[in-house]
Write a protein that binds this ligand. Sequence first.
Ligand SMILES: [Zn+2]
Ligand SMILES: [Zn+2]
Length: 348
Amino acid sequence: MKAAVLESYNAPLVVRDVPTPDPSRAGAVIKVAANGICRSDWHAWAEHWPGFLRLPHVLGHEMCGVVEAIGPEVSRFVPGQRVIVPFSGGDGSCPRCHGGLSHLCDSPVMPGFRSWGGFAEYVAVDKADLNLVVLPEEVSFLAGAGMGCRFMTAFHGLTDRVHLGAGEWIVVYGCGGIGLSVVEIANCLGAQVIAVDIGVEKLDLARELGAVATVNASEVDDPVSAVRELTGGGAQVSVDALGIQQTCENAVRSLAKRGRHLQIGMTSGQAGGKLQVPIDDVIGGELEIYGSKGMPAHHFAGMLRLVAAGRLDPGRLVTRTVALEDAGGVLASMGRFDTLGFTVIDRF
Ligand SMILES: [Zn+2]
Ligand SMILES: [Zn+2]
C-alpha cells in the first residue's frame, strides 16, 4: 500500500510503498477514507516530544474509513462497515479501561502514534470491539475524520470535564481546528461563546460557528480586559486551545470566581510541557483547572446523535482537502499557525 512515511524529523514525508497491515486476532484493518492533519501530527513531526515515536513512522490519528478485514476474535464489526477510529483507544485490560476510561488506558492503542496511522491507504487497529465507533450513514467521511481527535476532545472537555452549562460565558483562546471545534460545540450546548485569536479569518469562521463576540488580540491592549468587560466580570469557563504561555495565562485570568479552565492546547518544543499558571488567581477565585484528551469510544453516542441530527456538523470546520502526497507540505506549514479549520486528506 501507499503511505506517507516520516523518515526523519522536520523533513518532508516520503510517499512510498509499505507492507499492507494484517489484522491482529482482536483487531481490524480499516481502509482509510479521510484523515485530518492535526497539530499533534505537527508536534510529533517537529520532534517536540523526543522519544515518543520510533522512525520510520506513519503519522495520522484523526481518521475514518471502512472495515476491510477483521481478526477472529472481533464480534461487533464486519468488513464493509463505516467506522471512526478514535486516537485514544484502550487495551481493554487495565484498571482505567475497566472503569470506563479507556481513553486513559495504561497501554493505549493509538494508531498514528503508538502504531502506524492514517497517512496511508490502510491502518490496523487493535482491540477493535472496544476501540472502533460506527460512523452513521448520514455523516460523511469528511465530517467523520475530525471526530477521531479534535472534535471529540473538544466535546469530551466541555461535556465530561468542565460540564459547560446553558447560558454560561465561555472564552476560547486560539481558534485553530480544536478551538473552532470548542466554539461550535459550546454554541450547540447553549453557552455564550467569546473567541480570541489574532487571525481575522479564524475569527470570522468562529462567528459563523456561533461565537457571539470575538476579540482580536492583536488589536486590543489586553484581551483579558476585553473579555472581562464583555462578560461583566469574567467567564465561567475558559479554554486554552493553543498551549502557549500567553494564551494559557490569559485564559485563566479571564475567569470569574469559581470559574473552570480547560487546557486542550499542548505545549510546543520550547515550553517542554510546562506553562506558568497565575496560581494566586487560582487560589483567590477558587478556580478549577481541567485537561481533556480524546474520549472513550462508548461516549460517542451523544455526540453522534447531535451530528446525525444536523445540530453539530464537524464538516463545517473542513476548509481544505488534500491528497496524501500533500500531507508533508501541510505539516511543514503548520509552524506558521495560519492553517484555517481542518485540512483533511481524502485522496489516497
Ligand atoms: Zn489530533
Ligand atoms: Zn487499558
